[in-house]
Write a protein that binds this ligand. Structure first.
Ligand SMILES: [Zn+2]
Length: 182
């Protein structure tokens, strides 16, 4: 099971072009979300556009330093994260920059897989790759999402309800899709 996640706006407050640790501010509730997914067996995979590198707003080295800061912080919570990034500007017309799905073609996809993003471009990349559960955190949702949440806390509630059995004898009925509405 895989959970793909956007970075800016999901992990951290989406100030434009966050490229250095001093401008990286963790979103509230992202740690319990990641912990819950990790504890339920989800592989956590970051899918992030970082055109700020090729635009010259910050260096590749800055991006790697920030990535190691994120990895080290998550490791303190025993959470592993696989990082995929696109450094290209739109006019470079690469196949990895969202809404293109190139970064997602590195992975096989199953019915239980999730994409969590905060922009329509995240949802478009996810639908192009056939990811069935597309969760959008946005107060003005748009794009091909399957469920929208106005904040991280409401997403956390949804994940908790779906992933944590209400009683110890709970069992999924055969054939029921994991993310069908409970
Ligand atoms: Zn690219």
């Amino acid at each position: 099971m895989k959970c793909f996640l956007d970075r800016d706006g999901v992990f951290n407050i989406d100030y434009p072009y966050v490229g250095t640790i001093d401008r990286f501010c963790w979103c509230p509730q992202i740690f319990p979300i990641l912990k819950l997914l990790h504890s339920q067996g989800y592989q956590l995979i970051l899918i992030t556009n970082q055109s700020g590198i090729n635009r010259g707003y910050y260096s590749y080295r800055n991006f790697l330093d920030l990535s190691f800061y994120i990895l080290n912080t998550l490791a303190e919570h025993s959470i592993d994260l696989e990082i995929n990034y696109c450094r290209h500007k739109p006019e470079e017309r690469c196949k990895c920059r969202k809404p293109e799905p190139g970064m997602l073609y590195r992975y096989s996809i199953s019915d239980s897989d999730i994409f969590i993003g905060d922009k329509a471009t995240d949802m478009i990349a996810a639908v192009r790759r056939g990811i069935p559960n597309r969760f959008l955190i946005s107060s003005a949702p748009s794009g091909p999402y399957t469920e929208a949440f106005d904040c991280h806390a409401s997403l956390l509630s949804r994940l908790t309800a779906a992933l944590i059995p209400p009683t110890s004898t709970y069992a999924c009925s055969p054939g029921k899709r994991r993310w069908d509405r409970l």
